[in-house]
Each structure stands twice: as C-alpha cells, then as structure tokens.
Design a protein around this ligand. Structure first.
Ligand code: F1P
Length: 342
C-alpha cells in the first residue's frame, strides 16, 4: 500500500531545489524577457485558477509596488467571461499562469485576449508540450514545478518565484535578482528548523479553525496556504488582509482557533498589534517574519524577494494535519489535478 502523502511530502521538501532550477531557466531567457517594456502598457494583468490565481494576486501586488505600473490579479474565468469588467482601454500585458498549461478557463481567457487584440501575452507554466505554452508572445516553462500531487505546493512557489524574478528584471533591480539566488538555502533551513513545529500543530486535535493573515504582496500567499489547509485537511480555513481581521472575522476567535500572521517588516508593528489582539481574545497565534517571531525566516534578503519563504511552514502544517486526520494529502477530496470544461 502506498504511503499516504508520499508525493506531497517530496514536493514540499524539494522546493528549494526547484526554485534554484527555475532561476536558471529565467537567467537563460533573460535577454528575451528583457524585451518586455512595462511602460508601453496601460496595465498588467496576472491570471490563473485556484492556486495559480493566488500566484496572480501576489505577483500583481509586488510588480505594482516595485514598478508603479497598474497591475491586477484576476481569476482566468473572470477575464474569459467578463472581459469588460477586467480590461481597461489601452494596451494590456497579460501574464497567464498555470501548472498544467491546460486548464480550460486559462487557455480560453488567453485565446479570447489574443483574438480581441488587447495586448501582449506572456505564459508561465510547467509543461512545454501543452496548449498554454504555445499561446504567448513569450512562453516561460518551468519543469521543476511539475508535480504528481493534486494540491499545488512546489508548483505554486516555483511559478510565484518566477513572477518575482520578472518583477526584479523588468524594474532593473539587479540587486534583487542577485539576492534571489540565496532563497534555496533559506528554504532548506526553514524546512529543517520548523518541521517539528508543523508536525505538533498539525497533530493538535484541539484546533478546528485556521486564519491566515497577510497584506500587500503577502495576501495572495495567505490565500494559497489557506487553500492548502482546506484541500489537504478538509478544515475550516480563511485568509484575510491583516487589518481586515478586526472588521468582523475576529468574532470567530476561540481557543480552538489558530491565527497565522505573515508579518512584514514594512508594517510589522501594526500587524503585530492585530496578532496580539487575537491572542488576547484567546486564539492561538503563530507569527512568521524575518526575525523576532515564532517562525523566523532570517533570510537576510530584501523584503520584496523573501515572500516565498512564508509558504513552506504553512504547507507542512496543512500536510501534517491531513495525515493526522487519516487523510491522504496526495488525493484531496473531490479534486482533480486539472479542471477541464467541455
Ligand atoms: C489550477 C487548479 C489548481 C488546483 C487544482 C485544480 O491548475 O485550480 O490550482 O490546485 O489542481 O487546478 P493549473 O491551471 O495551475 O494547472
């Protein structure tokens, strides 16, 4: 009998190596990717479905922060079915993200975008021989993000890292591109330092609800880890922007609630205050931050490029809870690896 979660475990633990391989692909295509002139677009839209929609959210926030160019993250079905509420007048750069490269909504959204002549398309996926990788003016393929598990982990962080590398490249921030080479080692250190914490929280049967707080470029990442907890462990799990948590959701805090904060350096004091309030209301709180937290990244790299490091511990927590509940993280309830619509 196959070991439950065998593939998910391997995919989570191999992420640092996958990130380094992805950065090598980006470096090899640097010249071609440098031909993208952000100033020529009225807006940049990132799109995907499920996990890759959350990549899109995180990527858009970071690119706009670094470049000042208007950037949005939208689900592919919204672009496909409601284009008028998605596109503004003026040329758009569309960045379509998909692990499989064959999700119907994403492929259809790209085809409609091209047919309408709305701008230029860049695709980001993990399989060169699938439809999406043939649709773009630029097509980035990251094989190291390929997975056997249905729930994305390595694929998510690898595709997300590529969007961070694009933002650094397109804004000419060479120091960020250089700093990204250290992320593989930072990821390995995180996974070894916090495996035990993930296992103990994952096995804690007194927890029955999970809240993930992240703001700015980290909100999309909070959405992703919240989805992992749902997909893998069938638990109640929700993401919020930090300051939004006070406006209603905090009513859900009980001693059985775990609140995980992706605390930034930029607004760390205000974000920490939300977490202290949650603890004072009786919730269990885990803070993830560069330093002075329950989970310390200690990356030594710029905040703009270290956000990928918020993912691994949360992924492991969802993975461990799934196992402790007798589930198989490799085969999430009701889900398929790719959603194909007839
Ligand atoms: C998109 C997606 C995944 C999800 C599940 C179903 O796939 O929604 O995010 O985890 O596997 O498909 P893709 O377009 O990124 O391949």
């Amino acid at each position: 009998m196959e070991e439950r979660g065998r593939y998910t475990r391997e995919e989570i633990l191999s992420q640092p190596a996958a990130w380094s391989a992805a950065l090598e692909v980006m470096e090899a295509q640097r010249k071609d990717l440098q031909s993208v002139a952000l100033g020529g677009y009225a807006q940049v839209i990132f799109t995907g479905c499920g996990s890759t929609y959350y990549v899109a959210l995180a990527a858009a926030a970071l690119l706009q922060e670094l470049s000042g160019v208007a950037a949005r993250g939208l689900p592919a079905a919204e672009l496909w079915l409601f284009p008028r509420s998605s596109f503004v007048s003026g040329k758009t750069l569309l960045v379509a993200i998909s692990r499989s490269g064959e999700t119907t909504e994403t492929v259809e959204a790209c085809a409609a975008f091209r047919n309408a002549g709305l701008g230029d398309l860049l695709t980001l996926s993990c399989y060169a021989d699938r439809p999406l990788a043939r649709l773009g003016r630029w097509n980035l393929v990251l094989p190291s993000g390929q997975e056997r598990s249905v729930a994305q982990t390595r694929a998510f962080t690898t595709l997300y890292l590529a969007t961070v590398a694009l933002a650094a490249l397109w804004t000419g921030k060479e120091e960020l591109t250089e700093g990204m080479k250290r992320l593989g080692d930072c990821g390995r250190s995180l996974l070894s330092r916090y495996g035990a914490l993930a296992s103990s929280l994952g096995g804690d049967e007194t927890l029955d609800r999970f809240y993930w707080l992240g703001s700015g470029p980290r909100y999309g990442l909070a959405c992703e880890v919240s989805l992992k907890m749902k997909e893998m462990s069938l638990s109640h799990s929700e993401p919020f922007h930090f300051m939004e948590f006070r406006h209603g959701p905090k009513s859900m805090i009980t001693p059985s609630a775990l609140i995980v904060g992706f605390r930034s350096s930029f607004q760390g004091a205000r974000e920490e205050a939300v977490l202290r309030e949650a603890a004072a209301l009786g919730g269990r709180v885990v803070t993830i931050a560069e330093e002075g937290a329950d989970v310390t990244l200690i990356s030594g790299v710029d905040e703009a490029i270290r956000n990928v490091l918020y993912l691994p511990v949360g992924q492991l927590l969802a993975f461990e809870r799934s196992l402790s509940r007798g589930l198989d993280p490799d085969k999430p309830h009701h889900l398929d690896a790719v959603v194909k619509l007839t």
